[in-house]
Write a protein that binds this ligand. Sequence first.
Ligand code: BDP
Length: 755
Amino acid sequence: MNSHCVVRARVGSAILWLALLVALAAPVAPSRAEDGHQLWLRYPRLEEPWRSEYRAVAAQLVACPTGQTTAAGSEQSATPSSPLVVARSELARGLTGLLGASPPLASGVTEGGALLFGTPRSCALIAQERLPLRAVGREGYVIRSVVVRGRAATVIAGNTDVGVLHGVFHFLRLLQTHRPVDHLDISSSPRIELRVLDHWDNLDGSVERGYAGASLWDWKKLPDHLDPRYAEYARACASIGINGTVLNNVNASARILTRPYLVKVAALAGVFRRYGLKVYLSARFSAPIEIGGLKSADPLDPAVRAWWRSKVDEIYRLIPDFGGFLVKANSEGQPGPQDYGRTHADGANVLADALAPHGGVVMWRAFVYGRSKEDRARQAYDEFVPLDGKFRANVLLQVKHGPIDFQPREPFHPLFGAMPHTPVMMEVEITKEYLGFATHLAYLGPLYEEVLRSDTYARGRGSTVARVIDGSLFGYPITGMAGVANIGADRNWTGSQFDQANWYVFGRLAWEPTSSAAAIAEEWVRMTFSNDPQFVGPAVAMMMRSREAVVDYMTPLGLAHQMASGTHYGPGPWVHDNPEPDWNPVYYNRADSDGIGFDRTASGSNAVAQYAPLIAARFSNLTTVPERYLLWFHHVPWDYRLSSGRTLWDELVLHYTHGVDEVRAMRTAWSGLASYVDPERFAEVTRFLAIQEREARWWRDASIAYFQTLSKRPLPPGVAPPAHTLAEYEAVCFPSTEGYTSKTPACAPPNPVIP
Ligand code: BDP
């Protein structure tokens, strides 16, 4: 190290101390008003003893690329747009916020407590440490406490710049959550390769099933104007390991594939690249006709194949690291290969062939229904299992977590475990289309965890969904997990403060699907709100019970799809007049005077036979089926006795009631936390919980009012009757167009709103 650097480091150190003294002299600031825009990356000033402890570990920031040479002697510097530059500025930003001032930047270890970051290629000091980097792959990292030239140092290293960036976020997370950092030995790498957000954003700026305002992508101003939020979004994604984003709705417009839009997409890709985030697009299967001027989109037509090839070549000329296509085909009216008598494999393969030379992939969705006469839950399995092994190597089959449609609770999709020769990736909904939109507090970690930990028994015990999608069960060559984004242009990004946790937990679980939802909730709470144990305990407890509360007040004991048609907001268990049978809640509840539930055993649709024999046997048997799936698999008499000794009817009513009680308990818990949260976010959560309690009661009362007309049984003793008549609940209509799709029925203004 030259003397100039030493001087610079000392001056920097002095400035740091000065800044610290000034900061210490200042009175402790009251909690600032916040609007949630900073997500979990707030980096608030730490208190003692944490600040001193961390300052000792991060007394000096050693940015290797600026001064260190590799063993071969050739210095490698990060280009201005590389993730390493982002990593450096993130460290500086994080440490400035948390410690009150950024440690001085140096080009070598001159003081104890040095923080070194980089790759072995960019930094000789890191190369000398012989870290176990081989095991962490392209995106992983090693963080280790070491001694460099007799001085304590911490190394954050990756094989690539993106790996380093991920490591930097991990290190900052340790500080944000008050974890010890003096004896670190961390190696981490993603268990799933493609960790992708699916935006259902339309080109007109609306978002299908979006409850957080308009689309983030301002197509009108792109490519000339790059809104600063694009980089903020990518930064947030990188901080939790998300590495892909599908920009447009699966109900796609072919226009996204026209040159003017591709140029805009390329501009976004340029911003995202620095954060390790690849861009993908939803492709409309009929694009060769709509924008290509062809007569057909038949995947076996040579002209169609040529069109896709040249379109994909054009995309890669503009976006050399383009990720690939997501496709919804022959699903809910979307065009697809079956329009030409071809299979899903034929359709996926034509796109895959065009993408393969460039390293792109196809994520082909398995969300199909409408052709199965007896049971919608059966169709995807019936259609796709015969195609196992017929897809090209760069195709992944994207399967929703359950066999119906993103319900608050479903058993895992039987396709997990049934496609040993086709990489199956999982799709979850982060946006809460079926869980109360943005105002209901429902932390989805437990939902994702429940599915990931479900055992498919495809290869005996321990064949969990996590092991299917991380590729370890069948040796898939590519792996993926997708989440339908809940992100929009609202200041708080996700429509509510607590919905940020769902974006967060998606990323963290996609990186490591065996992590615990509770541990992730705690991490998020600490970073987003406060590390105070008096806050952390109750806040995490609220989050952990919140999803079950929603299940209870909306769809207890295995019921599903009881939401009002179209909007999917509010209860509609009585709805029976939609043109498609499986758009009607009565199709799913099958409630009549004898009982309730969908018989999917051998005496009914036999969808249960799609599971491995052991699971099928367990679910088929009334005495062994988990009660949480009871009405999913069985039509059960109202007087059937459950494990509690109560009748099904009584138990159903008690579950609905318990759901409301849980929300009330969440409100009470939150009301005691005011002193730990800034007033703005506290008030917003308070208001939303009040909405949730009112609507939970609406759900409970309306559902009980309807089912009671069929069960004709009294409510269990001590249970309050519904506040209104069934007719009044049936007349309720959702007054806003939020979540509107073309399927949404008109809502005439005089209709009453929620009682
Ligand atoms: C349904 C949504 C609809 C989506 C569809 C899908 O209501 O808006 O287009 O899923 O996943 O749940 O394609």
